[in-house]
Design a protein around this ligand. Structure first.
Ligand code: FES
Length: 157
């Protein structure tokens, strides 16, 4: 299935492109714009990013696969990222990861059957001083306990 950017996305890419000295440097912004439009980064999306920026496919693939914020398959409406890196691990990150996996009955990068939730174990998200933390889409939740996590998850509709 082919992928084409909307006019609105192309406008955003053009704006982003102006911020950087090279087209390659705009690849992360462009991936984000593509994900906003398509929901995830497929092979066709990567190909179109390479076309639009005039860069090679491998550069797009490298960025898309290195950073966990880019989804390589359709994820849930609420994508929950759980940090289990050192600070979070020392303050219960793995217990929270286990709690969330058990609640939804899915494993890393799994999506619930109704498409409501997907989960991902991630490396440090830069909120170590407020560990343990999770992110749900673009929102961070910090200084968590298992009870607080349960309250947050219960609000997801
Ligand atoms: S270790 Fe979890 S945010 Fe840094």
């Amino acid at each position: 299935m082919s992928f084409n950017f909307t006019d609105e996305s192309l406008k955003k890419i053009e704006e982003s492109r102006k911020k950087y000295p090279t087209a390659l440097a705009a690849v992360m912004d462009t991936l984000w714009i593509a994900q906003e439009q398509n929901g995830y980064i497929s092979t066709e999306v990567m190909q179109e990013i390479a076309n639009v920026l005039g860069i090679d496919n491998v550069s797009v693939l490298s960025a898309a696969t290195f950073y966990t914020m880019y989804h390589k398959k359709p994820m849930g409406k609420h994508h929950i990222q759980v940090c289990t890196n050192v600070s979070c691990m020392l303050r219960g990150g793995y217990e929270i990861w286990k709690q969330i996996k058990e609640k939804y009955g899915i494993d890393n990068l799994g999506v619930t059957e109704d498409g409501l939730v997907s989960i991902e174990e991630v490396e440090c998200m830069g909120a170590c001083g407020y560990a343990p933390m999770i992110a749900i889409n673009e929102d961070y939740f910090e200084n968590l306990t298992k009870d607080k996590v349960e309250e947050i998850l219960d609000t997801l509709k």
